[in-house]
Design a protein around this ligand. Structure first.
Ligand SMILES: C[S@@+](CC[C@H](N)C(=O)[O-])C[C@H]1O[C@@H](n2cnc3c(N)ncnc32)[C@H](O)[C@@H]1O
Length: 195
C-alpha cells in the first residue's frame, strides 16, 4: 500500500542555519523530526511511505522524506534535524531520499497530492472514530493522511481539505502529539495486514 502522510505546519519555513541546540525555535522542527522518527526508524514491509511537512505560513516550502540515509547510528531528533538542515543547505551528500522545495500555491499543491490517492483522511479529534474505517484501510492501495503540527491546522486550510473531500478521522478525544497519532495510524494499518 502507498501511504502519504502530510503534516501541515502553520509556521514559516525554518532558516537554513537553524540551531540544532534549539529545535523548537526553528519553526518547531522538533515536531517534524519526531514524526519522521515515528515513521522511518523501522519499516512495515507492506507500506511504501512518503512523509511531507509543509511550512505553510509565508514563503511556503515542503520537506519530503521517502527514506532516511542508511547509517550504523540510531537516529534521534537531532540527527534527523541535522539531515533536514543539510537538505535545506543542499549539502546532503549521502543516500536516502529527502528533498526541500518551494511551493507556489498551497491549495494547488495539496490538490496535486490528494488527487494522487484513492482516499484522504484528516486526523482530528472531533472526527469519525478510526474504528469506523478499518475495512476501508485494508481495501485501499493508496491512502493519504493529513495531520497538524504544534498548532492546529488553520480554518482557511481546513476549508481547503474539506473542499478536497478529506474525511476527519479521530483517534479519541484526547489531544495527542502528532508523532503519537502517526504511530497509532501505522499500528492500525499493521494490525490490518495481519488479518
Ligand atoms: C499536537 S496536535 C495540535 C495541537 C493541539 N490541538 C493542541 O491543542 O495542542 C497535532 C495534530 O495531531 C492530530 N491529533 C491530535 N490528537 C488527535 C486525536 N485525538 N485524533 C485525531 N487526530 C489528532 C491533529 O491533526 C492535530 O492537528
Amino acid at each position: 500500500m502507498r501511504l502519504t502522510i502530510i503534516q501541515i505546519m502553520e509556521e514559516n519555513p525554518p532558516s537554513e542555519n537553524f540551531s540544532l541546540k534549539d529545535l523548537p525555535s526553528a519553526s518547531k522542527i522538533d515536531v517534524v523530526s519526531r514524526c519522521i522518527l515515528s515513521i522511518f526508524s523501522n519499516n512495515i514491509e507492506q507500506l511504501d511511505i512518503s512523509f511531507q511537512a509543509i511550512f505553510s505560513k509565508t514563503d511556503i516550502h515542503v520537506l519530503t522524506v521517502n527514506e532516511l540515509p542508511l547509517t550504523d547510528e540510531i537516529y534521534d531528533e537531532i540527527s534527523v534535524a541535522s539531515l533536514i538542515k543539510e537538505v535545506m543547505q543542499n549539502t546532503k551528500s549521502s543516500n536516502g531520499d529527502i528533498s526541500w522545495a518551494s511551493v507556489v500555491d498551497f491549495q494547488q499543491y495539496i490538490f496535486s497530492v490528494v488527487s494522487n490517492h484513492q482516499t484522504t483522511y484528516y486526523l482530528h479529534e472531533n472526527g469519525l472514530s478510526i474504528k469506523e474505517i478499518k475495512d476501508v484501510l485494508l481495501r485501499e492501495e493508496s491512502l493519504c493522511f493529513i495531520i497538524g503540527g504544534r498548532h492546529d491546522i488553520s480554518q482557511e486550510h481546513e476549508k481547503i481539505l474539506d473542499s478536497l473531500g478529506a474525511q476527519q478521522i479521530s483517534l479519541g478525544k484526547k489531544i495527542y502529539l502528532a508523532s503519537t497519532c502517526i504511530t497509532s495510524v501505522l499500528f492500525e494499518l499493521e494490525k490490518q495486514f495481519e488479518h
